[in-house]
Design a binder for this molecule. Structure first.
Ligand code: ZN
Length: 102
């Protein structure tokens, strides 16, 4: 798991990429992801996600649904299973997902 911005250098494939995130885009992505989660839960498969935190300078824009994120605003990145909430380790590749934590 990467827990410091300076550790991100090797993993970044480009810089200066700006992604506009609006309500419609988030809703479409959420719908697709929910279907992927449903299938993975039935199969007992982990669903790997990268959690990336961006520093937000203007929270009023963020709550208004207009948020611009880029590589320079990243402050944290980590990989783990969305379902069982376990940080990635190589041995997890051979183990079934145990589902949501209890
Ligand atoms: Zn899992």
């Amino acid at each position: 798991m990467t827990d410091h911005p300076s550790d991100l250098t090797e993993g970044m494939t480009g810089t200066g990429v700006t992604v506009a995130v609006d309500g419609d885009r988030i809703q479409r992505a959420s719908n697709r992801f929910n279907e992927q989660l449903r299938v993975a839960r039935l199969a007992g498969e982990h669903v790997w996600v990268a959690t990336v935190a961006h520093r937000v300078d203007d929270p009023t824009a963020a709550v208004a649904g207009q948020l611009h994120l880029d590589a320079e605003s990243i402050v944290y990145a980590g990989v783990g299973c969305f379902i069982c909430e376990t940080p990635y380790e190589p041995r997890m590749l051979t183990r079934r997902c145990k589902g949501e934590p209890r």
